[in-house]
Design a protein around this ligand. Structure first.
Ligand code: BG6
Length: 526
């Protein structure tokens, strides 16, 4: 009997992903073009895309800011930004670079004015109409303080720029923070939704653009051996650490309003947690992936345990005092510029989260993030359960260490698995060893900056790596009660911790060690 084999038709989505992705013709309009973000990240990222030939030859850029610049001055300023902030891999400054820059700069224009002046938006509309080569496609980037986002969105709406042309698309990228608590996030989402459809809105969280965070999805769902053990039967607990050696730099004003919970945990750490713990999306597309992430965050138990009067068993906060980082003496938080001398703002947070679903019930997720810790390190550590019986107790009276899988987000990007091995020799002794994957050695190619990936995705209309409104609100719903409880305690409250409670250059407050030890566990010292 003849057998027939049918070759499955290629999946067009996957085929598309494997092709080099190039942005369609469009105009990017940056509000806040004279600001720090435009200098440090946006213009260098767009220019890197240009150098990689990922922008269309019809790409156009309009910078908007309240500055008295003309096009030439804007171009000169941005050239300086690229030279200062491009990554070393970009080879900025060589001969070829000058030619590429000239071509790029020729497509840049500047528009100066007040964001609350409707005439500015009329002028912008007229400028956009003069750029037919961009195909009517427009991407607005709001690199502006959060207090201005609603107003600029409204102005765009009033000037009819929420849909610039009938034939092209219009999208808007919004920078974090998305609100400062649940109520303000809802107001902001409502304001945006009155003018733009959710599909037009791209809320940036640059952690989602990091290669190593994107790889977590590949690691989990493109391999057969990890997902079966990625659950409560095998995992003892998970630690997510985002440690920074830097302090608040010159952002005292912002940080006094924000603090570590708002600045890092509500957004970056929650996004990483969602990618680590979500269920398998039904397809590798923005909708299904974001559905799973939102479901996961909604499955996290409210922070305050039922019947508990305080958050002490689930949350610890800290603030750095003076100390030494990398051998250098550094000031304490209260001595930084624009910070109140008795500020109770937290620069360190540790949380214990429990996820109430079949996969994770009973498995604690410990999250921590802080400034002025000994080094910059972001990682996710999956700590597996110890072997069920102690066969080697006679030869190794110390506990045999449990297996740990560590996904290093930065630096030393890679993944390692720790397991026990026999020390060579006639005696029977055990020691933990590591199997290590390092991006640097396995792939010769440099990693793109998160903003390069995210800007390209927004131009392509792929929202997978952007935060959807429901996930943002779910993350605020979880964290807002804790923020409110902490903020209600003034510096004199008896229950408030005596700040500063950790020295710059240490691994955070002692209370954070006691907090995890109560559960019979230890923080990793990466
Ligand atoms: C930003 C925070 O979102 O992320 C900063 O506002 C923080 O306070 C930064 O330093 C950390 O980003 P990265 O990519 O350096 O880990």
């Amino acid at each position: 009997m003849a057998t027939t084999t049918t070759t499955p038709a290629p999946n067009p989505l996957r085929a598309g992903l494997r092709l080099q992705r190039t942005a369609p013709p469009c105009t990017v309009v940056i509000f806040g073009a004279s600001g720090d973000l435009a200098h440090r990240k946006l213009i260098p990222a767009l220019y890197a895309l240009e150098r990689m030939r990922r922008l269309s030859p019809s790409f156009q850029l309009i910078g908007v800011a309240n500055m008295d610049w003309n096009d030439e001055q804007f171009r000169k300023e941005m050239r300086g930004a690229v030279q200062q902030f491009a990554t070393p891999d970009d080879q900025v400054g060589d001969h070829e670079d000058q030619e590429t820059w000239d071509g790029f700069a020729a497509r840049m224009q500047f528009l100066g004015g007040d964001f609350d002046d409707p005439a500015l938006f009329q002028k912008l509309g007229a400028m956009l109409k003069q750029l037919p080569q961009a195909g009517g496609n427009v991407l607005f980037y709001l690199a502006i303080p959060p207090s201005l986002i609603g107003m600029v969105a409204q102005q765009l709406g009033q000037a009819g720029l929420n849909q610039v042309t009938e034939q092209g698309w219009t999208r808007i990228i919004v920078e974090k923070p998305f609100g400062r608590d649940l109520a303000s996030a809802k107001v902001l989402n409502h304001q945006l939704h009155q003018i733009f459809d959710e599909e037009q809105i791209f809320r940036i969280d640059h952690y989602l653009g990091k290669e190593t965070v994107r790889n977590i999805i590949v690691f989990r769902f493109a391999n057969g051996i990890f997902e079966p053990i990625w659950n409560r039967r095998y995992v003892d607990h998970v630690q997510i650490t985002v440690a920074e050696a830097i302090g608040i730099e010159r952002r005292g004003k912002y940080y006094e309003e924000a603090g570590a919970l708002r600045d890092m945990v509500q957004n970056h750490l929650m996004q990483v947690l969602a990618v680590v713990a979500m269920e398998s999306p039904v397809r590798f597309e923005a909708g299904p992936v974001r559905d799973e992430k939102a479901k996961l965050v909604n499955a996290i138990c409210p922070l305050l345990p039922a019947g508990a009067a305080s958050y002490d068993t689930v949350a610890v906060r800290g603030q750095y005092g003076p100390g030494f980082v990398n051998g250098e003496a550094v000031a304490g938080y209260r001595q930084e510029g624009d910070v109140k001398p008795d500020s109770t703002r937290e620069t360190y947070v540790a949380l214990k989260l429990m996820i109430e679903n079949w996969r994770w019930a009973g498995v604690p997720f410990y999250l921590r993030s802080g400034k002025r810790l000994p080094r910059r390190v972001s990682e996710v550590a999956i700590q597996f359960k110890a072997p069920p019986f102690k066969m080697f107790a006679d030869v190794e009276p110390e506990m045999v260490e449990a297996n740990t899988l560590v996904m290093r987000i930065q630096p030393d990007e890679g993944i390692s698995l720790r397991f026990e091995a026999k020390v060579p020799g006639t005696d029977m002794r055990l020691r933990p060893v590591k199997m290590d994957f390092l991006y640097g050695t396995s792939f010769g190619e440099p990693q793109p900056e998160a903003y390069e990936t995210l800007l390209l995705d927004a131009m392509l209309g792929d929202g997978m790596l952007f935060a959807r409104y429901d996930m943002v609100e779910a993350a605020w719903a979880l964290t807002t009660p804790l923020l409110e409880a902490w903020e209600a305690e003034g510096p004199e409250a008896e229950t408030a911790p005596a700040f500063p409670n950790y020295a710059a250059g240490s691994w955070g407050p002692e209370a954070a060690d006691a907090f995890i030890r109560r559960d019979g566990r230890e923080w990793r010292r990466p």
